[in-house]
Design a binder for this molecule. Structure first.
Ligand code: SF4
Length: 745
């Protein structure tokens, strides 16, 4: 029997970065436990983290580079070496770039990468293409950008409560018991210490059931609700006039704006009784300090998304909860560690190429407006450039159109990394058409598995699981964006088979395309370079078993080198009226109008669809592939209220049709009062056991709700193009008795 040993590591199966102990028998991982000595997670591990090695050892993993044989999506592959794959891919990229310009190469990244996620942005900047796309637009960036435009850095809503100090917590479109369990534990502790809990969510979540006050707005109406709560604060005098006079601008204009959103009117928009709107505002006002956590329920609402983030940011500031102990901590980027834009070499991208970024012509923050935000932030945050580069990526729905129609120019080469847009992105039909288009002359997927997206690629490269990678982080998860913060851990195991990390792929591809000097031999050496200004090393940091937190985190509001600058906005004030929004020709005040799809939907689509509610066992598009999730949730389900089911003649457990103006799918009905009578909630789904099939890869077109969501410009947020996944007009229809889902054998 082989003796077991343990190795400390950091889990990156989601963004919480729990400290874990990896149990090894020889070189094989046999179990994962929580690390009781880790300072933030203190022994916690969730079912998804505890089962991460099952995903790593899943027999369906891709172990060798694959090259397509026959037509795209036909499921026939030839195994080749990494050297051959990279030689051929590099030669093809060089040829296409010579023909069409460097912007012809696009790159997209998803989640579950481990610590080197998004490092491909560095390759793209060095290569000279502006067309990296991330999931920022639908993952916290609308709320974070709303904060950045209002008070100069975001997100602050990751701030952890301080038990005994924080007196009120508002969870707005967020389910941390499933998505951020460490935060949820801290919230529970604050609750036990007396903090109030306000939950704003259309679904009866665990959080909603424990709340002191639960507001249940229609999906997509959160912006109107926030404006009504501001109206209550102002009309009832629940704000500090001295603070408003000294630290803000645009108060009078905000007051006039919210006068159009009194609770009585907003009750009709949101479905939340006016008395509850007043009660929520009063509860926040009477229990300072507090934190308003804005989640993806807010960020995935399409056209209203960033303005909703702005409204909530104004609510945070006006309610006196900004930059106070126990409230929202304004803590900027790491001061001494090279991170954000500097780490991904944003300065290397030629401005002429930067101006070609897809979506930049229509969405100011993707285009030239990004430099305005950057300049405002740099005044406050140590002169750093590209602090919010992660939000200013190219617009993914525009990418699919550019590929299919060569508009505004040909995008002929695409590399996707741990990204499954034929499942995760809106209007899946459009995504699939783009990936099967002959205009796409090179399609490479670097992934753990064959799935609905990678099965359509020309080359599939075997990715390393996070257990096979070293860990490094300067933000997110444990402490939020808390100033000088860095954490590292050695890789629990070496890469197995021919698995290769993201970093190693870009290093080796870069070496073939003129970037030989830009990529240190190992990721740990690259991170050493990032840590050097702070006097830290990767090995030294890893040996600490927990994060290093610097001076700027302890006194974030007054770093010694910028004593006179207030907030990272053009005025240096909290801007209720945003100078940047005005300069971009957009509404400078937080506002709300209904998503465009509702204008034409009328009585044909009487219900509102929301999607993608999180479960602790899963993480985004990877969920059905993860064994704890799969065991518990074997099929795609749509939740609908008993009244709705009765009216449509739908029985619990039956397969039904869900239809929106964009498309239609089938899912199994779950009749429950967890949703209101006018709302349904549907799973995003795909079948891991399904196969390559160009007509319906892995069952997505039959069952994945993103067939029914929208990435058209009219449904996207005008600031940076956040697309519409939640708050879609819809209807449900019974299928003939005995109708079954299309679950593959
Ligand atoms: S909460 Fe996230 S980081 Fe923590 S154990 Fe679970 S999956 Fe891992």
């Amino acid at each position: 029997m082989i003796a077991e040993r343990t190795r400390p590591a950091v889990c990156t199966a989601c963004g919480q970065q729990c400290g874990i102990l990896v149990r090894l028998a020889g070189d094989r991982v046999v179990a994962l436990d929580g690390d009781p000595e880790h300072p933030s997670s203190r022994g916690f591990i969730c079912p998804k983290g505890a089962a991460a090695h099952e995903l790593h050892y899943d027999p369906a993993r891709v172990h060798e580079p694959l090259k397509r044989l026959g037509p795209r999506g036909g499921g026939r592959w030839q195994t080749i070496s990494w050297e051959q794959a990279l030689d051929e891919i590099a030669a093809r990229i060089a040829e296409l770039a010579a023909r069409h310009g460097r912007e012809t190469l696009a790159y997209g990244y998803g989640t579950l990468h481990g610590a080197d996620w998004s490092i491909g942005e560095r390759f793209m900047n060095l290569f000279g293409s502006p067309n990296g796309v991330g999931q920022d637009k639908i993952c916290y960036a609308p709320a974070g950008l709303g904060e950045a435009l209002t008070y100069g850095f975001g997100p602050t809503f990751y701030t952890y409560p301080v038990p005994g100090v924080t007196r009120c917590l508002t969870l707005w479109g967020m389910r941390p018991s499933a998505s951020m369990p460490l935060l949820w534990m801290q919230i529970e502790q604050a609750r036990h210490a007396g903090a109030k809990l306000v939950v704003i969510d259309p679904l009866a979540t665990r959080e909603a059931k424990r709340a002191d006050l639960w507001l249940r707005p229609r999906p997509g109406t959160d912006g109107a609700l926030a404006l009504a709560m501001i109206e209550v604060l102002i009309s009832r005098g629940h704000y500090d006039p001295a603070f408003v006079a000294a630290r803000t601008e645009g108060f009078e204009a905000l007051r006039d704006r919210v006068a159009d959103f009194p609770p009585a009117r907003v009750a009709g928009i949101t479905g939340v009784p006016a008395a509850d709107i007043v009660a929520a505002a009063e509860m926040i006002a009477a229990n300072r300090p507090g934190i308003i956590h804005a989640g993806n329920g807010v960020c995935q609402s399409g056209s209203p998304a960033t303005q909703t983030g702005r409204a909530i940011a104004c609510l945070v500031a006006l309610s006196g909860n900004l930059d106070v102990p126990g409230g929202h901590a304004i803590a900027g980027p790491p001061r001494d560690v090279i991170a954000n834009g500097a780490a991904i070499a944003v300065g290397a991208l030629d401005p002429v190429q930067r101006a070609k970024r897809l979506g930049g012509d229509r969405y100011p923050f993707i285009g030239a407006g990004h430099a305005d935000v950057d300049a405002a932030l740099a005044r406050r945050w140590y002169g750093q450039q590209g602090v919010l580069a992660w939000m200013a990526t190219a617009h993914e729905p525009t990418l699919w159109r550019a590929i299919e129609h060569r508009d505004p120019y040909p995008v002929t080469a695409l590399i996707l990394q741990h990204h499954n847009p034929v499942g995760a992105s809106p209007d899946l039909g459009a995504v699939r058409r783009a990936l099967l288009s002959p205009n796409l002359e090179l399609f490479v997927s670097h992934d753990l598995f064959l799935n609905a997206t990678s099965s359509l690629a020309d080359y599939v490269l075997p990715a390393a699981h996070w257990l096979e990678k070293p860990f490094f982080s300067t933000a997110f998860g444990v402490l939020g964006f808390a100033g000088d913060y860095a954490e590292a851990a050695q890789a629990p195991i070496a890469p197995e088979e021919a698995h290769r990390s993201d970093y190693d792929l870009w290093r080796d591809l870069g070496a073939r395309l003129g970037q030989e000097r830009d990529w240190p031999a190992r990721a740990e050496e690259f991170w050493n370079d990032c840590l050097a200004p702070a006097g830290l090393t990767f090995d030294g940091l890893a040996a600490r078993r927990g994060p290093a937190v610097g001076e700027a985190a302890r006194d974030p509001h007054r770093p010694p080198d910028v004593p006179t600058v207030g907030y990272g906005t053009p005025s240096g004030c909290i801007e209720f009226r945003s100078r940047l929004m005005e300069s971009w020709g957009l509404d400078p005040l937080p506002g709300w109008s209904p998503p465009a799809l509702f204008a034409g939907a009328g009585a044909d689509f009487p219900l509102v669809l929301t999607t993608g509610g999180r479960r602790l066992e899963g993480f985004h598009q990877h969920a059905p592939q993860q064994s704890p999730y799969r065991r518990r949730y074997p099929e795609p389900c749509v939740s609908l209220h008993p009244e709705t089911a009765r009216a449509a003649g739908i029985a619990d457990g039956a397969w039904i049709a869900i239809e929106t103006p964009i498309g239609a799918v089938r899912q199994r009905a779950l009749v429950t009062d967890a949703v209101g009578p006018d709302v349904i909630h549907a799973d995003r789904w795909w079948y891991p056991e399904g196969g390559c099939a160009p007509d319906d890869p892995y069952g997505v077109l039959a069952v994945n709700i993103n067939v029914c969501t929208d990435g058209a410009d009219a449904s996207c947020d005008p600031v940076f193009g956040a697309w519409l996944l939640r708050g879609v007009p819809c209807r449900v229809r019974a299928l003939p008795a005995g109708a079954a889902g299309p679950r593959p054998a």
